[in-house]
Design a protein around this ligand. Sequence first.
Ligand code: ADP
Ligand code: MG
Length: 468
Amino acid sequence: MIASHLLAYFFTELSHDQVQRVDKYLYCMRLSDETLQEVSSLFRKEMEKGLGADSNPTASVKMLPTFVRSTPDGTEKGDFLALDLGGTNFRVLLVRVRNGMRHSVEKHKIYKIPLDIMQGTGDELFDYIVNCISKFLEYIGMKGVSLPLGFTFSFPCHQNRLNEAILLKWTKGFKATGCEGEDVVCLLRDAIRRREEFDLNVVAVVNDTVGTMMSCGFEDPYCEVGLIVGTGSNACYMEEMKNVELVEGDEGRMCINMEWGSFGDNGCLDDIRTEFDVVVDENSLNAGKQRFEKMISGMYLGEIVRNILIRFTERGLLFRGRISERLKTRGIFETKFLSQIESDHLALVQVHSILQRLGLESTCDDRIIVKEVCTVIARRAGQLCGAGMAAVVDKIRENRGMDFLKITVGVDGSLYKFHPHFSSVMHETVKQLSPKCEVTFLQSEDGSGKGAALITAVACRIREAGQH
Ligand code: ADP
Ligand code: MG
C-alpha cells in the first residue's frame, strides 16, 4: 500500500492534492528491496577496492588495518587506563583486568569537549585532554604510577603498528588545526611532556568499533564484527590476512576498521541521495565527505528532518506555511526527538510539545506529517546500515568458504540503543539481504572505553612474553 492511502485516512484538513505532494517528497526516501540489494552489492565492491593495494588509494571505503590480531587468552591482568575520544564526550577510565575474561571499569569520568576546543588548535585540544587525564589521576590517587594506556581515538587513521595512528581527516564536528597528517600518539606524548607532571605508556590506539568488537568478544567468541551508530557510524570486522594487501603476511586474521562512513564519497550513492541529504552535507564542516554516515547517524538525522520540515512549510504543507525562527537554527532538531516522536503513539502529545518548543503551532495533520517524516528518515537509516552490514557478514562467510555462517556483531551507540525502531529495521534488513548468515547483535556495555584497555592488556601480555 502506498503511504498516501494510509496518511489520507487520518487527515482531517489536508486536501488529497497536499497528501500526494507530501508523499511525493517522502517517496524517494522509502528504499525498495532492490535498491537495498544494490547498495549492499556496491558496498561489497568498495570493500574489495579498499583492501587491494593498487585500488586502495582511490577507494572511498579505506579499509584501514588496525594491527589488532590477537584476542585475549585469559592470562592478562593488571590495571589499565583508557581514553575515549571520538564524539560528544571525552572519557577517561580505569579498567581492571583479572584473568583476561574478568574485567571491570573501576572508575571513570566524562569530560565535555567545548566547541572552541574541538575547533581550535591541536595543541589546545591535546592540552585539554591531558588536563582531564591529570584531574582523573588525582581523583583515583594514581598520579605517581605510569599506567599502560589504551587510546580509543575514533577517527580515520593510518596505522603501521598498534601504538601509532596518523590522523587522515577529522570527522563528526572536530576540526582542530595541525592534527591531520600527524601521529596522535606523538601529539598526546608532546602534550604530556609540556605539562611535566606525569608519565604514561601509550600501548595501543584503537577505533571505537574495534574496542566494541573486542569487549563483546569476551562474552561471545562468535563476535568478529563491531558496529557503532552514535554521533557517527562505522564498522570493523576480522579479515583474512591474505586479503589485506596493505600489510605483509598471509597468516591469520586482522581486524579492519572499514571507515564505512565515507561510502558514497565517490558519488556511487548519488542516485539515492535527496536534496535534503545534499543540503545537510553542504552545511556541514566536512562537505562532500562521510556521505553514508550523514544518512545514518545521530549527528545528522535530526538535521535531515529539520530541512524537510522547512521545505514542507515553504510549500505550504506544514504549519500553515509559517516557519518559526527557531526552526531555522542549525542543529536545533535533535536526533533524540526522532526517538521521542516515534515513541508517541496515541494523541501525539509529545510531538505537539516538541514542536511548540521549536516555536511551531501545529495542527493534528501537522503532527501526523512530522511523525511520518521522522519514521521515514530513521527507517532509511536502519536499512542503509543493514545493507552495509549484510555485505560484511556475507564477505566473512565467503572468506571462510562456508554455506552458512553464524556470527555476532558487537554494537554500541546511542542511536542504536535508544531509537525505538532503528535496531529492528537494521536487523530485518540484514536478515533479508544475507539469508545464508545467522547474525546475532550484542549490545556492548561501554565497549569503546573498555575495549581499548583490553587490547592494551593483550599487547602488554605479548610484549612481556617476548621479553622472556
Ligand atoms: P558517541 O558516538 O559520540 O560516542 P553516543 O553513542 O552517545 O556517543 O551518540 C551520540 C549521538 O546519539 C548524538 O548525535 C545524539 O544525537 C544521538 N542520540 C542521543 N540520544 C538519542 C536518542 N534517545 N535517540 C536517538 N539518538 C540519540
Ligand atoms: Mg562512543
